[in-house]
Design a protein around this ligand. Structure first.
Ligand code: FAD
Length: 377
């Protein structure tokens, strides 16, 4: 197999987890990387994130897992509680970065974003804000792709990566079509002080919804809630905290303590749950889409970040191992498709079981999916 010796210039659209990890991995392999990000600043939306074993494993390969553990909160268990308050058991998450380190980390999104951002800049990646791709054209020889940016400037690069999230516009510019599926489920997150007992993930089945808590530092945690049977809608900001507290009223036990911690609406976010899987390949010419732009799972497995970060790493590895960008992209897609499809499909099946309140079937499926995700990438 030839290793790639051609021009190493890349434009990545989207400075999320997939885009920044791809930028870091490519820059370390000698690529000249520019990232175009639509947002005006580098702040990441949302409060907290759970980095499960596969996320930490991929971050460890980039040398960043220990920083995430130091700035986040290391943990190794999920405690499940049935709707009647009866304990449903404890899942030991697989420790994929060694027995001496935690299996997972809760972390504030802006903190993870800062860690990735600073590493990308240390590697020489140029990140530009309030810019996106406006048009894409493959050159006749198939060696370069020409991208017109929204500021009117043009880039001719060997590689275009669309890492612009579930609503990706690069996906459309490359000629792909996919559906974004809404499953009647709104997802809530609230930043709260960490109760002393929340030293791992706790998940509580309710009469219609599921709630839980994830620690993200010694002092902070986020409360999560899935609101089932909800219309896809936006609420006025001021209504977020009161509505979340009202939805949590139907739970008993520790959720009432969590509920009392949900205070200001500025600390609450509510999003529609959208999933997608791009069938038939994610690459065209010298362009490819990665992360949520190609495969967005339901958050129930807390593994979308893992897929996004793994994508960034595997993309750089496969490009380095093949004689042309086209061959490298094809190898990347071949290597990633089955794993990402399985996660998206299983996460949607878990949502179905949750909505049918079949928790006794749901928890074992969550466990088996964590074991599957633990397999080597
Ligand atoms: C409520 C919720 C909770 C979740 N919790 C977890 C969890 O605990 N653990 C986990 O592993 N996963 C979780 N996920 C999934 C995880 O957030 C995603 O899988 C992950 O963020 C995907 O990374 P990405 O880089 O592909 O996309 P994103 O994180 O969405 O990043 C895309 C980036 O592209 C930018 N962008 C968008 N459009 C354009 C454009 N046209 N031009 C330029 N830039 C653009 C955006 O501003 C953003 O910076 C959750 C998802 C949701 C919705």
């Amino acid at each position: 197999m030839d290793s790639y010796r051609g021009v190493r210039t890349a434009l990545i659209v989207g400075a999320g987890m997939a885009g920044l990890t791809a930028a870091i991995a490519l820059a370390r392999d000698g690529w000249q990387v520019e990232v175009a990000e639509a947002a005006p600043t580098r702040a990441a939306a949302g409060w907290g994130l759970c980095l499960t074993g596969p996320s930490l494993r991929a971050l460890d390969e980039l040398g960043l897992a220990d920083t995430c553990l130091a700035e986040g909160y290391g943990m190794s268990t999920i405690t499940h509680v049935y709707v009647d308050g009866e304990p449903a058991g404890e899942t030991q998450l697989p420790r994929l970065i060694g027995a001496g380190r935690p299996a997972a980390a809760g972390i504030a999104r802006p903190v993870l974003h800062r860690i990735l951002y600073e590493e990308a800049e240390r590697c020489g990646v140029v990140i530009r804000h309030q810019v996106t791709a406006a048009a894409v054209e493959q050159d006749q020889e198939g060696e370069l792709v020409r991208v017109r940016l929204s500021d009117g400037t043009v880039r001719q690069v060997a590689l275009l990566v669309g890492a612009d999230g579930v609503k990706s516009s690069v996906r459309g510019l490359l000629g792909f079509e996919t559906s974004l599926d809404y499953h009647g489920l709104m997802i809530w997150r609230a930043l709260v002080p960490r109760p002393p007992w929340a030293s791992g993930i706790h998940q509580f089945a309710g009469k219609a919804d599921t709630a839980g808590i994830v620690p993200i530092s010694d002092s902070q945690a986020y409360v999560f809630l899935t609101e089932n049977g909800a219309e896809r809608s936006a609420l006025p900001d001021a209504e977020l905290a009161p509505r979340m507290r009202r939805l949590l009223e139907s739970f008993s036990g520790r959720v009432q303590e969590m509920r009392s911690l949900v205070s200001a609406s500025e600390s609450v976010v509510r999003r529609p749950m959208l999933t997608t899987f791009l069938e038939g390949g994610w690459n065209r010419g010298n362009g490819v889409v990665i992360g949520d732009a190609a495969h967005a799972p339901a958050p129930h497995m807390a593994s979308g970040a893992a897929l996004a970060i793994e994508d960034g790493l595997v993309l750089a590895r496969e490009l380095g191992r093949h004689g042309s960008v086209g061959a490298g992209l094809q190898a990347f897609v071949d290597r990633r498709t089955q794993r990402c499809r399985t996660l998206v499909e299983t996460s949607v099946a878990i949502v179905g079981l949750e909505q049918a309140q079949q928790y006794r079937e749901m928890y074992p499926l969550v466990d088996s999916c964590h074991r599957l995700m633990a397999e080597p990438v």
